[in-house]
Design a protein around this ligand. Structure first.
Ligand code: FES
Ligand SMILES: [Fe+2]
Length: 393
């Protein structure tokens, strides 16, 4: 985010705070049917459309800088491995052997010189080529060139690694991110290092989990003993870029911005900046660390949540630095997200089928939830139109 934009958002936040409100998000109260979070057919369609149509975040580039470093998918529904070749090129492949389809690596990340299939020992280079077949005399005439790993499109953009589900379809992540691409560049996301990445299963629909981030209405209540102090009398400004959303949340100290000349204003000193990268990533720029939260649907009522925490190496040095990071991680991951936001989402998920509500009611400050759902519905509509046209053809 360039300096002019940082100043402009801070000014918006000061006005909103004066008016004791968030940016206007809706004109009227709207509703979301609870079936959006429970319907099995809808869930299948979301996987086939929303999760196939857009680049998905793999994670920060921090763990994929050196030749031979690799990261495996956290989601069995889309089994990929992304690896940095000896030539420095980042590539993605299906994590499946071309002999009989065994998973090539079960490790979530690591460094290797080659992928050796655990079943019968076929060997693949980091560029995906089939380098060796055990007992090759049993495969006379096999075209090894046609049995390299199946490549998937990957891209590096804004310090993040992205992957697409459709082989042969290149990713244009810069266009996909629109205005927010430059934010990631300006915030220096590319130079961060990873502190930790966790993975847990939550008993809630993936959208319900993401939507806990999309409104500040709950903060003084659900987070009254935790986050609330940092955002007291806060306000939220939001912007959109395509299907992506940026929220800038004023922190309690935002009025101190007047103590400095405008050309020294830095938004992260006075606000946290959040991005919903459509469809399944929620990216948080805190003043001194970054959280990448990704949600992978398992069923209508179950999702994998991964949380990768990143920091600037010079800000957290030595054992004291690591201890400070651990404190932040436990507070954010375990207390705020785990025990508060996602515990409520799991409660809501259980209650969806218990009969009190046919729909959820969104107030004016909860408009981003409606916008998020709308982006999914639009994709589903487009897919069903495409299916109909294909059927008619
Ligand atoms: S399935 Fe991989 S070598 Fe047989
Ligand atoms: Fe929250």
């Amino acid at each position: 985010m360039n300096h002019d934009e940082q100043v402009s958002i801070l000014k918006r936040l000061l006005c909103l705070r004066e008016e004791k409100r968030d940016d206007k998000m809706l004109d009227d109260v709207v509703t979301i049917p609870v079936t959006k979070y429970t319907d099995a057919e809808l869930f299948r369609q979301e996987l086939a459309s929303t999760f196939s149509a857009f680049p998905l975040v793999v994670g920060n580039v921090a763990t994929l800088r050196e030749p031979g470093t690799f990261v495996r998918s956290d989601w069995d529904d889309f089994p990929y491995v992304v690896v940095r070749g000896a030539d420095g090129v980042l590539r993605g492949f299906f994590n499946q052997c071309r002999h009989r389809g065994a998973e090539l690596t079960a490790e979530r990340s690591g460094t290797t010189k080659a992928f050796v299939c655990p079943f019968h020992g076929w060997v693949y280079g980091l560029d995906g080529t089939l380098k060796g077949i055990t007992r090759s005399r049993d495969f006379p005439g096999l075209d090894t060139c046609a049995h390299g790993l199946v490549e998937l499109p990957v891209a590096e953009a804004g310090g993040l690694v992205w992957i697409g589900r459709t082989p042969g379809t290149p990713l244009d992540v810069r266009s996909f991110l629109g205005d927010f691409y430059q934010d990631l560049v300006d915030f220096g996301v590319e130079s961060l290092v990873q502190y930790k990445k966790t993975k847990v299963v939550k008993n809630a629909n993936w959208k319900l989990l993401i939507q806990t981030y999309l409104e500040g209405y709950h903060v003084p209540h659900l987070h009254r003993h935790t986050l609330s102090a940092a955002f007291r009398k806060g306000a939220i400004a939001h912007d959109e870029s395509g299907p992506h959303i940026r929220l800038s949340a004023a922190r309690t100290n935002v009025e101190d911005v007047h103590l400095k000349p405008e050309d020294e204003w830095q938004i992260l000193d006075y606000a946290s900046v959040y991005y919903s990268f459509f469809p399944n990533t929620f990216f948080i720029m805190h003043p001194d660390y970054v959280s990448i939260n990704i949600f992978y649907p398992l069923s209508p009522n179950q999702s994998i949540w991964t949380h990768e925490m990143l920091y600037r190496a010079e800000d957290f040095v030595g054992p004291a630095g690591q201890a400070a990071l651990e404190k932040r991680f436990v507070f954010t991951n375990d207390t705020v997200f785990g025990d508060e936001d996602f515990a409520i989402a799991e409660d809501i998920q259980k209650n969806l089928v218990r009969g009190a509500n046919t729909h959820h009611t969104l107030g004016l400050a909860e408009g981003l939830l409606a916008m998020f759902q709308d982006n999914i519905d639009q994709r589903l509509d487009r897919s069903s139109t495409e299916r109909t046209l294909a059927g008619d053809a």
